[in-house]
Design a protein around this ligand. Structure first.
Ligand code: UDP
Ligand code: MG
Length: 315
């Protein structure tokens, strides 16, 4: 069976159209399938629509979060609950074309555990978004040892094996494309042209994107921490020379200025470096704190997916 995980945040205008496109494409694979909508605290009628669709079609499953937990967590919940041997992750807004699914599926049958969809072009996205995304992934691949493919989102098909391994990663900051690169297995890609969203507005605010970027960096690299340390060393190294020179001019040359400006510059500079260092350390500590608090990753208000473990007779 193929499971399709669709995170939903205010997508009332796209849900039905996407489901039609999904059905046509999934029928082509000749496999059984389920479509799992994860409603991530939508403020519009998305959930009512999903409920109606699930009453009509029994392959439509849903998970309704108690509030907005974020795209990556919504996808994680889908991975946790889906039952398929193959799993497709796809956006609800039509930017990831469902028509590519049969091709992804066939490619997988050639013996790959992950086939991700690589964007040949991106339509309807601002220059700023494209530029920041490009820059970010280049930067990320430079500072991490894992190979996160460029120009890809979460649109992909993966084998159950991969999902099981990703589930074993307990961290609360989810950066799935990184985690999936990290677990390994045989991976390949197919290219496609990314469309505009069918309708509605992006749910990814600048804040959410920044958060995703920070989670990606901190989950896979300690370089920022190391930079803080290194810049500390560099500053104290120059500081030593400065101290030696100050003493030399004070006692040997006996030629010294009141020195207010150099003092100020030094203090400001060192102070800045210290604050940056503390800030970076803080970012990591806040993430450590998130993890040791061990809160649940998400809260499900309602779902029509039966948990198999609950059905087992108690011994
Ligand atoms: N999404 C979500 N939670 C959020 C924001 C977005 O589940 O907090 C979903 C959204 O419904 C869509 C997918 O994540 O299915 C991608 O979001 P969007 O299209 O808004 O992002 P963009 O394509 O602009 O990066
Ligand atoms: Mg989109």
């Amino acid at each position: 069976m193929i499971s399709v995980v669709v995170p939903i945040y205010n997508e009332e205008t796209n849900i039905s159209a996407l489901l039609e496109r999904l059905r046509v494409s999934l029928d082509k694979t000749g496999e059984k399938y389920e479509v799992i909508y994860v409603n991530d605290g939508s403020k519009d009628r998305s959930m009512e629509l999903i409920r109606e669709l699930s009453a009509k079609h029994n392959f439509v499953k849903y998970i309704n979060f108690s509030r907005n937990f974020g795209h990556q967590i919504a996808v994680s919940a889908g991975l946790d609950k889906c039952k398929g041997e193959q799993i497709v992750i796809i956006d609800a807004d039509g930017q990831d074309p469902p028509e590519l699914i049969p091709a992804l599926f066939n490619k997988m049958k050639e013996g790959f555990e992950i086939v991700y969809a690589k964007r040949r072009s991106r339509n309807g996205e601002t220059l700023l978004k494209k530029a920041t995304a490009k820059w970010f992934y280049k930067f990320l691949s430079r500072i991490t040892s894992i190979e996160i493919p460029l120009d890809t989102g979460d649109f992909r098909i993966l084998h159950r094996k991969v999902a099981e391994q990703v589930k074993r990663m307990p961290e609360k900051q989810k950066f799935l494309r990184g985690q999936m690169a990290w677990v390994g297995f045989r991976q390949t890609f197919l290219e496609y042209d990314r469309d505009e969203r069918m309708s509605g507005q992006t749910g990814y605010t600048f804040r959410k994107m920044l958060r995703l970027a920070m989670d990606g960096i901190t989950s896979f690299s300690n370089l920022p921490l190391r930079i803080a340390t290194i810049s500390g060393f560099v500053c104290s190294f120059f500081g030593l020379f400065l101290i030696a020179y100050t003493l030399y001019s004070r006692f040997i040359l006996k030629d010294y200025e009141p020195g207010w400006s150099s003092l100020m510059i030094t203090i400001v500079f060192i102070g800045g470096i210290q604050l940056i260092g503390i800030g970076i350390i803080g970012e990591y500590i806040s993430r450590i704190y998130d993890n040791i608090r061990n809160r649940p990753l998400y809260i499900i208000d309602e779902t029509n997916i039966k948990d198999e473990t609950e059905e087992l007779p108690s011994k």
